[in-house]
Design a protein around this ligand. Structure first.
Ligand code: ADP
Ligand code: MG
Length: 373
């Protein structure tokens, strides 16, 4: 996929007004008496890359289908660039769509597939061919326009689908797990390329994945969904660093949860009683609930001298596993098992299995959160 912007079609000239804002207001979708999507408020700013991240069945695809116009809303409204589109058929919403299955026409060449949305819009054959070739070049498939889908690899077919979504210069792209069928290496490569393409075109993207790494690496903003609702949203590093609940902390990476009693909350910090881990100071974003814990990521625990760290616990080493660039230690500290990740290939800090260790953390790297019932 090329990263240059020089081959843009004239219709996407840079002086054009910024567009591609998507807004959902109070959107709900009922299937029988099940709310697949429940009272969703969501916005994508022009040029923004927003990802819906959630487990299977959390309502991501249903949300995309309603924005694209393939599913009707039970209630609420969808706006594109400020205009309600609820009465518009999909092709009049000006959105480029790539869904899980690329759904290329097997009997058409790549160029014909890419030109198809233009044909639907009444563009003449000669111009179609030229614009399809341009779109194919933009996704790194210059010269392959005559191939049939079955003569192309999975990655190439995925690029054809992307070119087809871009060819009519849409206001925004909707991508629903477009890389799910690709192997890990290719998926990572495509992630980089889609991100680069998005930035060079300045196009807004609403993206769906259940893969937290994909969401973390590509998004300006992550919207975490569970059971048809948004449970948290923010910049990737913000959601990772400040999960509001144990569910979000666990869904977005590995974490250690230390149950605690809150003693004091002030100025974004809490003083908490961690039982056998002592009394410590942690970050606090003010989430309210019936039960609390402190979340500490495995990479934020480190071996410390017993008297040199305010927040700490002592215990024993259960196992240490080398993972190449890091070592994973399983420890039993303060009556519970915790996981710690240490950079490097050999640990000097432990005396081996069952040796005594003290681990500590900094207040800036531990987050108070709500334990969900
Ligand atoms: P995701 O994309 O996050 O995996 P979906 O949006 O596909 O989730 O599904 C959300 C919920 O809606 C699930 O419980 C699913 O079973 C249900 N659902 C989706 N489509 C339909 C349908 N056409 N009929 C009935 N239930 C559906
Ligand atoms: Mg889905």
């Amino acid at each position: 996929m090329t990263t240059t912007t020089t081959q843009q079609t004239s219709a996407s000239a840079p002086h054009e007004e910024r567009r591609g804002a998507i807004e959902l207001r109070g959107v709900r979708k009922m299937y029988g008496n099940i709310a697949a999507v429940d009272d969703l408020d969501l916005s994508v700013e022009p040029g923004e890359f927003v990802t819906l991240l959630g487990p299977s069945g959390s309502g991501k695809t249903t949300t995309m289908m309603m924005v694209a116009g393939f599913e009707e809303l039970t209630s609420g409204t969808v706006l594109i660039d400020g205009e309600p589109v609820d009465r518009l058929p999909p092709k009049d919403r000006n959105l480029g769509v790539v869904f899980q299955s690329y759904a290329l026409f097997p009997h058409m060449s790549a160029a014909e597939n890419v030109g198809f949305p233009l044909r639907m819009r009444g563009v003449q054959r000669g111009e179609r061919r030229g614009r399809a070739e341009e779109a194919l070049a933009r996704v790194g498939l210059a010269g392959l326009g005559d191939r049939r889908p079955r003569q192309m690899s999975g990655g190439q077919q995925q690029r054809v689908a992307l070119a087809r979504a871009l060819v009519f210069n849409p206001a925004a792209l909707l991508l629903d797990e477009p890389m799910a069928a690709l192997d890990k290496r290719l998926r990572e490569q495509m992630q980089d390329e889609v991100k680069t393409l998005q930035q060079s075109l300045g196009i807004s993207v609403l993206f769906v994945t259940h893969d937290q790494d994909e969401a973390m690496s590509m998004s300006d903003r992550i919207v975490v969904m569970r059971d048809g609702r948004i449970v948290q949203e923010g910049a990737p590093e913000d959601v990772y660093a400040h999960p509001r609940t144990d569910w979000v902390a666990n869904f977005l990476g590995d974490t250690n949860l230390l149950p605690c009693t809150v003693l004091e909350r002030k100025d974004g910090e809490a003083v908490v009683d961690l039982g056998a881990w002592g009394v410590g100071r942690v970050r606090d974003r003010g989430a309210k609930g019936d039960a609390y814990a402190v979340s500490i990521r495995p990479e934020h625990l480190r071996f410390v001298d017993a008297d040199r760290c305010e927040n700490r616990g002592s215990g024993r080493v259960l196992s240490s596993t080398g993972l190449g660039a890091t070592i994973r230690h399983r420890l039993h500290v303060g009556g519970q098992d915790v996981v710690m990740r240490e950079l490097g290939t050999g640990s000097r800090a432990t005396g081996g299995l069952d040796s005594e260790v003290t681990v500590g953390w900094s207040p800036e790297e531990a987050q108070l959160l709500v334990l969900e019932p």
